[in-house]
Design a protein around this ligand. Structure first.
Ligand code: GLY
Ligand code: MN
Ligand code: MN
Length: 499
């Protein structure tokens, strides 16, 4: 259920009886043309089947989650839970308070491993219902015309039922059916199901729920063809946003608070070409690049500094890119900036080179940090030999200058599959269809006394989105330049546009 908004008498005025009658009249009928099925929902069928096979005989409950209050009677823009989006194909702002239920089906031979899927949601009320004009969260006058049961069924290819029916349906056979729910996405529903399972004598329900959550995360470790296409598109759109940012860098320098200008230009592209940004854009100039999650973005841009931009367009299907480029604001790297940049690039090349099926996820990171430790040592910065620093038990000195990992899974969530078990993620192997980032960096904070002065205040990260293929990998973000020379050559005509 959506988070409750506080009662705000100051914001409400009663409707007269005359208004209530008048408002319900003279509206054109609803169209009887049903919407086309969402392509994402076609791909979701096989995902539901894969989930079904993991939990034979269990009732599986996957809520979309409700609206969250930002302040008073204003909500955050809605985004469904990623597992719900993955299993239904619904994206953008669909569908607050909806719940997908996979119900085990019996066959003539006894219990089967199959499930039937039903999407419970709040269908639109007719225009004769006060919801039409008085419900700011669901009413047509406030949020637009929402789907009927038939329209939602056409969009998703799912059987649909009104949300009011959910509690009764969940109570059926509650004594004999094991129920698993994605906990806390819909708090009220979690509480209701905990009580129901308690009464039915089901034990260890939290552990059973965790198994579902883990399975949903692991289902997304390898992407299907539809998902790969979406990720390609997300990278294309992100690259267009990066080019627009570069074309407007001269304006960002002129205006002051240029980091915000950069964030805004990218945000415009993300909102226009997709659903939104996939995470808050990091627009970090100069020493700000050394704050890993710099999203305040209130700094100026100066010719002579680097700008680290880490940003991704999230499509309407919610698949997001996650790309970083570190760009010279003037269009040309200084010799010291180039030295750091090329070390990071070398680390990234080494990490990408190992990306193929069968290689351990951790080896990608090891390849990157081996290069970084070597370069730091050559520059006289690493206080121990690289092999000592690279020893996991006793070393780790290089981490002072790259404290984050090199890779994470990417998909509907920017940090996708985060609930997957260690043996399938950090300690797992790469498989065909996985998409991971490769994003080494070197960060020399302005206050780092161990670093020669010429390096201080330089932070560089290069991040690309890598699809693991049958015999290697494909860089989905390769349309953006990576070598220092290519970056300069790409920027020159774009900067010229903006001058
Ligand atoms: N943008 C967040 C990350 O790179 O992981
Ligand atoms: Mn990343
Ligand atoms: Mn990133």
């Amino acid at each position: 259920m959506s988070e409750e908004q506080p009662a705000l008498p100051n914001r409400q005025s009663p409707f007269s009886e005359a208004f209530k009658e008048f408002i319900c009249t003279d509206w054109a009928p609803y169209s009887d043309v049903l919407p086309e099925q969402l392509p994402a929902s076609v791909a979701a069928v096989a995902r539901r089947e894969a989930l079904s096979a993991l939990f034979p005989g269990d009732r599986l409950v996957v809520p979309a989650g409700g609206l969250k209050v930002r302040s008073n009677d204003t909500d955050y823009r809605y985004r469904p839970h990623s597992a719900f989006a993955h299993l239904t194909g619904l994206g953008t702002d669909r569908e607050p308070d909806a719940v997908l239920v996979l119900e085990p089906v019996d066959t003539v031979d006894g219990p089967s491993s199959g499930h039937s899927a039903t999407l419970y949601f709040k269908p639109r009320a007719p225009r004769t219902d006060p919801e039409f004009y008085s419900n700011a969260r669901y009413g047509e006058m406030w949020v637009g015309q929402r789907e009927s049961l038939e329209e939602m069924a056409a969009l998703t290819g799912l059987d649909c039922a009104p949300i009011d029916q959910l509690s009764d349906d969940l109570a059926k056979d509650a004594d004999s059916t094991r129920i698993r729910v994605v906990r806390d996405t819909d708090t009220a529903l979690t509480v209701e199901l905990d009580q129901q399972r308690d009464q039915a004598g089901q034990t260890e329900v939290e552990a059973a729920d965790t198994e579902l959550t883990v399975a949903l995360s692991e289902l997304r470790l390898t992407k299907d063809d539809f998902e790969v296409e979406q990720m390609r598109l997300a990278c294309d759109r992100t690259a267009e946003g990066f080019a627009a940012v570069v074309a407007d860098l001269p304006e960002a320098v002129r205006r002051g608070r240029g980091e915000r200008w950069v964030e805004g230009i990218f945000g415009l592209y993300a909102r226009h070409a997709g659903n939104a940004v996939g995470y808050d854009t990091i627009a970090a100039s100069g020493d700000h690049a050394n704050t890993l999650h710099w999203i305040r973005n209130d700094g100026d841009l100066h010719d002579g500094d680097l700008l680290l931009i880490d940003a991704g367009v999230e499509l309407d299907t919610l698949y997001t890119a996650d790309i970083t480029r570190t760009l010279p604001v003037s269009g040309r790297f200084s010799p010291t900036q180039r030295k750091v940049y090329e070390a990071v690039l070398e680390a990234q090349e080494a990490a990408m080179a190992v990306c193929r099926p069968g290689v351990k996820f951790a080896q990608v990171h090891e390849a990157a940090i081996t290069v970084i430790a070597q370069r730091l040592h050559e520059w006289g910065i690493l206080p121990v030999p690289p092999e000592v620093s690279l020893d996991k038990e006793t070393g780790g000195h290089h981490r002072r200058w790259m404290v984050h990992g090199t890779s994470h899974h990417l998909g509907i969530d920017v940090h996708d599959c985060a609930q997957a078990r260690q043996e399938h993620y950090r300690q797992g192997e790469l498989k065909e269809g996985m998409i991971i980032t490769v994003e080494p960096g070197i960060y020399f904070k302005g206050t780092d006394l161990l670093v020669p002065e010429e390096f201080r205040g330089i932070g560089v990260r290069i991040e690309d989105d890598i699809l693991i293929t049958a015999d290697g990998h494909e860089n989905l973000s390769s349309m953006l330049p990576r070598t220092a020379d290519d970056v300069e050559a790409w920027m020159a005509p774009l900067l010229e546009q903006g001058r």
